[in-house]
Design a protein around this ligand. Sequence first.
Ligand code: 13P
Length: 254
Amino acid sequence: MARKIVAGNWKMNLLRDEAFSLVAEITGMLNDEESRPVKIILFPSFIHLGAIHQLVASDARIAVGAQNCSDKASGAYTGEVSAAMLSSYGCKYVLVGHSERRQYYGEDNVLLAEKINSILHAGMRPLYCVGEQLEERKSGKHFDVVRSQLEEGIFHLSPSAFGKCILAYEPVWAIGTGLTASPAEAQEMHAFIRQRIAEKYGQEAAENTSILYGGSCNDQNARELFSLPDVDGGLIGGASLKSRSFVNIVKALP
Ligand code: 13P
């Protein structure tokens, strides 16, 4: 069975004290309201990552991840942050292939495959995002786009390396727009992704891979999305910046 996970991608939001307060509020609410051993990953910006890790280090429910990392191991790459540096600050996961990185920073599947290798080499787990643009869906190309993102970005991995990865389906047209994929659209694509994994790595690997949904997921729609057979939780943007909505989404895990 795939592990159920709720991840909060804070993107380029929250100043230092805001970030610390958010974590304190989330852990307080979880202590009061959630007795299950839920799995939560918080993705703050690089600069808060070490401090946030220290705040949650003793909390088995919460891990910290980075929103990006370099594809290079070390050296003269001004402004970059390596996977090994992240790991040395307690980071356990790294987002790769988020549509904002693909769209605004020109990151393609070839580069993303390199990043995934670096993350695994440093002993962390990649959370690899796939998803189509609105035009691609309208023209019926959404399955082809996601298939290529899988084949070119992550299917080069060995079965054991792939087993360390988490996937997220984030339709680009649903990110930050308030337009959520319908349960039928989400389930259809998640099942498609799981089927591609089964063809490449076998049925057991496919069943064990967590595939999260992202894109305007909030505390109103999370329960329905998380109840879908192939949705194993959520990758939350805007609604992860408010403790009440984020904890409600965590509580919506089945
Ligand atoms: P929103 O939840 O704000 O739509 O963002 C989703 C996302 O991009 C998470 O990575």
